[in-house]
Write a protein that binds this ligand. Structure first.
Ligand code: ADP
Ligand code: MG
Ligand code: ZN
Length: 505
């Protein structure tokens, strides 16, 4: 169904999918965008406790722009390789809803902070560039709580303005996506970049909200490079799907919507231009209303906020090395393969931790320790690298112990690291407590003699040149020394002890 080609019965033409996104992300600032109220999550805090005359929209209260929010927006613009407006302005977007106390939202219109950016994504191994038309700042409304159910079953509805005035950035793409899966890759990449910039927290509830526009155009309107003529885009009836809050949700909602539109066309019906609601639990989109148009919002300039000259902020504000560049550098500088480089740059915290932990060690060994062992053990405990961020010295000591051959990898992983994470103890303490240090020569010598004395069968097999007999004896010695002996040394000692030739070599 969904992905198969279908044809418009009127023209017989095949149809291609066109998708554009409007992504709202919450910017991480301490205070709201136009007042000094805190943006920290309310938790058990009372509703409407983080409010003031400005974010409650009381008459006469004047907004003051939060510089940190504008800085974050400029950084996002730099990361998206966008043009930063020489002078950016705010506008009022008028509509009525109980969560919007002023009856308008302060947003941006014809002078957004950023225009004409791009973000490269990789979809099934293929690199695609998605054009970003604009990215602007706006305030979040409050939240309505339908007590005891949904909007149509609730007995009454409460309004909480704690969220009102939280800084948002709306990032609008060109209609450059040709399949639902591409939007998922884009959103994942966008979040990754925003987290590297330190302006976004994907774990925060409601920090990502997506409106997805989707239409079908005759395939013949699409050029070989995937571009679609502007007139064809304008002609296509599109739906705008709201209430998407995750990468996976975007892919699912769009897959549903593409199928629904194809079915409509195949049955000779017109796809209505409308706004639809994604119902996550039912996995369907539902018609909400005829699509609103720009003129419905009666945009006009926000006279209470002067234009901001931000042109030179582009040079003043620095951004960190971004994920793609860092991945590439990890491959070149440390000789890591693509998989290890990707794992170690999955978040900025992991990448920073790796680079600090790896200093002075073999980068490959440190990569194995951080990417495979440490991240695996953390993940198993539902922890992130943040849990060990201030224990860098201990992790370095652990890697050093293995690197120097003072403890075996197995003991380091299964005993020392686990105790470090579960009990909060440092590596030396575990090594001492569990006697994991290198076995001394005498202990190895005793274990070798015992292994030979107690296993006459294996000894005669060895002399008969049987494969595996020596390995068996090595295993006995390793067990007797609690895994502390060096297997290479044990091997040599056993050969010396057994004397004679082994045909097994
Ligand atoms: P509106 O004024 O209705 O909000 P815009 O031109 O601002 O429309 O575009 C809003 C979003 O719709 C953008 O993300 C854009 O990429 C997308 N879009 C535009 N045309 C199409 C289309 N034919 N099919 C799908 N998405 C589209
Ligand atoms: Mg729009
Ligand atoms: Zn406030």
């Amino acid at each position: 169904m969904g992905t198969q080609a279908s044809a418009d019965p009127a023209t017989g033409a095949d149809l291609a999918v066109v998708i554009g996104l409007e992504v709202h992300v919450q910017l991480e600032t301490d205070t709201k965008i136009f007042c000094g109220c805190s943006t920290t999550p309310a938790g058990d805090e009372a509703p409407n406790s983080r409010t003031c005359p400005v974010c409650l929209g009381l008459p006469g209260a004047l907004p003051v722009v939060n510089e940190a929010a504008v800085e974050a927006a400029v950084r996002v613009g730099k990361a998206l390789d966008a043009d930063i407006a020489p002078e950016t302005r705010f506008h009022r977007k008028n509509y009525f809803y109980p969560d919007l106390p002023k009856n308008f939202q302060i947003s941006q219109y014809d002078a957004p902070v950023c225009r004409d950016g791009r973000l490269a994504v990789s979809v099934e191994g293929e690199r695609r560039e998605v054009a970003v038309r604009r990215a602007h700042l706006e305030e979040d409304p409050g939240s309505v709580v339908h007590e005891g159910g949904s909007i149509d079953t609730a007995e009454y509805t409460l309004v909480d303005y704690n969220r009102a005035g939280t800084p948002l950035m709306e990032i609008v793409t060109e209609p450059d996506f040709r399949a639902p899966a591409e939007t998922r890759a884009f959103l994942a990449k966008l979040e990754e970049v925003l987290e590297y910039l330190g302006v976004f927290d994907g774990e925060r509830d409601g920090s990502l909200r997506v409106d997805a526009n989707v239409s079908l155009v005759p395939a013949e309107e699409m050029a070989a490079d995937g571009s679609v003529d502007d007139a064809a885009l304008a002609d296509a009836n599109r739906t705008e799907v709201k209430n998407i809050s995750s990468h996976r949700g975007a892919e699912r909602a769009l897959a549903y919507e593409v199928t629904r539109q194809r079915n409509a066309v195949e049955r000779g019906r017109v796809v209505e231009q409308e706004t639809r609601h994604w119902d996550e639990s039912r996995g369907i989109t539902v018609s909400m209303r005829a699509k609103e148009e720009e003129k419905d919002y009666r945009y006009f300039g926000e006279a209470d906020i002067p234009p901001l000259r931000v042109a030179d902020w582009r040079d003043r504000l620095s951004i960190p090395e971004l994920p793609d560049a860092r991945r590439e550098r990890f491959r070149e500088e440390y000789g890591l393969d693509g998989e290890a480089a990707a794992k170690l740059t999955s978040t900025k915290q992991v990448a920073d931790f790796y680079e600090r932990a790896a200093a002075d060690f073999d980068p490959g060994l440190a990569a194995t320790w951080v990417a495979d062992v440490l991240l695996g053990e953390l993940n198993y405990r539902d922890m992130t690298v943040a849990a060990v961020a201030d224990r860098l010295d201990e992790v370095r000591e652990l890697i050093r112990l293995v690197d120097a051959g003072e403890i075996t990898r197995k003991n380091a992983e299964e005993t020392v690291l686990r105790a470090m994470l579960d009990e909060g103890v440092d590596p030396e303490t575990v090594v001492e407590r569990e006697s994991l240090g290198p076995a001394d020569e005498d202990e190895v010598a005793v274990a070798v003699r015992e292994a030979v004395d107690e296993n006459p069968g294996a000894v005669s097999d060895y002399h008969d040149g049987e494969d595996g007999a020596l390995n068996y004896l090595v295993g006995q010695v390793m067990a007797a020394t609690g895994g502390a002996a060096d297997p290479g040394t044990v091997n040599e000692r056993l050969r010396a002890e057994l004397g004679g030739e082994s045909g097994a070599d």
